[in-house]
Design a protein around this ligand. Structure first.
Ligand code: UDX
Ligand code: UDX
Length: 457
């Protein structure tokens, strides 16, 4: 029986391993983590992350061929294949601070594997890493005179949060990079055989290790670049009365462009886009490629502009003062259907609102605990409210920051009646029915569309 161990029971490691265990009953999967609470939660009815469909998959395999443990050494020793899925955040210190990936956890894992392994292992990079990290890892793994052989593969994960289970069950492609050597080819085949148990072989792409590593960064950079591009156009739409949804639809029907990732918004968030682009920027810079570095950095700068532009618009339209005014913030997660708030544009937007001394109430069906943590000391000045109707009582404005379906289905007539007048709606995701809101009496602001105001002609 093939034994897989995964170090890191986070958003990536947990769901990915649960899916492998579900689809491959003949493979034993053990997920380990230094965080005891997280491991305990994975074994309970209250999983540590919210992901539609995840509960069922974990329940099906838990205790059968899916195990969670804090005994990292034991799991490493027993495994044939070790996935490393620990976090690789942007460095906050030293060389490359604010840009480069912090590889300390990854390297610690590699050292641990070398120390405790007693037999040959396939070590799989699941975390997103700079190109040529595998080379450094191989050196760490083979330092000294270890009797065992470690074969490093790169198998980046393309799942998106909120749709992780569907993405894992039916991915566009699985990408595995390995070395073109006998042991590299053998390791690659071992991993291909695992995925081939439920994914058509033609969707399993194999490349060299460096291409796999770079493809992950490039995929995220391209996706983020599309969001920044349409957001740049949204600013122009507001100035010219073009409608960004119409423009997006018009260009998206060109089969060369395609319709996805063209939704104008307050900006992209999530643990990957910004981190991976900055990582790419740092890589370009370290190879002396200034223009490519500047090109990709602009995608991140555009995103920050979009966030602060949103708050500026709120301020200007609310007569240049928000001090003491109550703002109901609809949504704090970085996108719908997740409780994840990492790099959520809502963090910066709420902080800017607090800087303006607005009285902020945050309402989100899944992300209130994370929102509290994310805001740190500033959380003391914020009200957290699960019920959107209560959040709006006496409010001057609604700022919609996450596209949760439930916000579309509210009784806005009731909400309007309970708010201060003039009542403003700032739809940062363009999901509400703007004409209907306007007809109810709201002042309606959206991203990349003309303002709907009862006062301005
Ligand atoms: C992480 C990376 O952020 C991302 O770059 C990569 O693509 C996949 O892995 P994610 O699963 O979202 O993504 O991270 P997170 O939810 O923070 O999970 C990482 C887990 O690793 C945490 O539970 C942490 O406790 C654990 N960890 C970290 C270890 O077990 N050992 C360590 O040394 C460090
Ligand atoms: C992304 C990639 O899609 C995934 O392949 C990779 O493995 C991890 O990073 P994720 O961060 O979970 O996944 O979410 P994604 O759906 O890509 O959205 C990222 C951000 O962009 C969100 O804040 C989302 O709201 C925003 N977005 C997306 C837009 O603003 N407009 C769009 O049209 C699409």
């Amino acid at each position: 029986m093939l034994k897989i161990c995964c170090i890191g029971a986070g958003y990536v490691g947990g769901p990915t391993m649960a899916m492998i265990a579900k689809k491959c009953p003949d493979v034993e999967v053990t997920v380990v983590d230094v965080n005891e609470r997280r491991i305990a939660a994975w074994q309970s009815d209250d999983l540590p992350i919210y992901e539609p469909g995840l509960d069922e998959v974990v329940k099906e395999a838990l205790g059968r061929n899916l195990f969670f443990s804090t005994d990292i050494d034991r799991a490493i020793r027993a495994a044939d294949v070790i996935f490393v899925s620990v976090n690789t955040p942007t460095k906050t210190f030293g060389a490359g601070a604010g840009c480069a990936a912090d590889l300390q956890y990854w390297e610690l894992c590699a050292r641990r594997i070398r120390e405790v392994a007693e037999s040959d292992k396939i070590v799989v990079e699941k975390s997103t890493l700079p190109v040529r990290t595998a080379e450094a890892m191989e050196r760490v793994l083979h330092a000294g005179d270890h009797g065992a052989h470690f074969e490093v593969l790169s198998n980046p994960e393309f799942l998106a949060e909120g749709t992780a289970m569907a993405d894992l069950e039916n991915p566009d492609r699985v990408l595995i990079g390995g070395h073109d050597t006998p042991s590299g080819r053998k390791a690659l085949q071992t991993l291909v055989d695992v995925y081939a148990q439920w994914i058509p072989r033609e969707r399993i792409l194999t490349t060299n290790v460096w291409s796999a590593e770079l493809s992950k960064l490039t995929a995220n950079a391209f996706l983020a670049q599309r969001v920044s591009s349409i957001n740049a156009i949204s600013a122009l739409c507001e100035a010219t009365e073009a409608d960004v949804s119409e423009v997006a639809h018009a260009i998206g029907t060109d089969s060369r462009i395609g319709p996805k990732f063209l939704r104008a918004s307050i900006g992209f968030g999530g643990s990957c886009f910004k981190k991976d682009i900055l990582n790419l920027v740092y890589l370009c810079e370290s190879y002396g490629l200034k223009e490519p570095a500047d090109y990709w950095r602009q995608v991140v700068l555009m995103n920050a502009y979009q966030e602060s532009r949103f708050v500026t618009k709120m301020l200007r339209s609310m007569f240049n003062t928000m001090a003491g005014k109550r703002i109901a913030v609809f949504g704090f997660a970085f996108k719908a259907d997740t409780g994840d708030t990492r790099e959520s544009p809502a963090i910066r937007v709420c902080r800017q609102l607090l800087d303006e001394r607005a009285a902020v109430t945050i309402c989100d069906p899944k992300a209130l605990d994370n929102a509290r943590m994310e805001l740190g000391d500033a959380a003391e000045r914020v009200r957290f409210e699960l019920d959107p109707y209560k959040a709006c009582e006496g409010a001057h404005a609604i700022a919609l920051l996450t596209e949760w379906t439930q916000f579309k289905e509210l009784d806005y007539e009731r909400i309007y009646a309970s708010m201060e007048k003039p009542a403003f709606v700032f739809d940062g995701r363009n999901i509400l029915d703007h004409q209907a809101l306007y007809d109810l009496g709201f002042e309606v602001y959206s991203v990349g569309k003309a303002l709907k105001s009862h006062y301005v002609s």
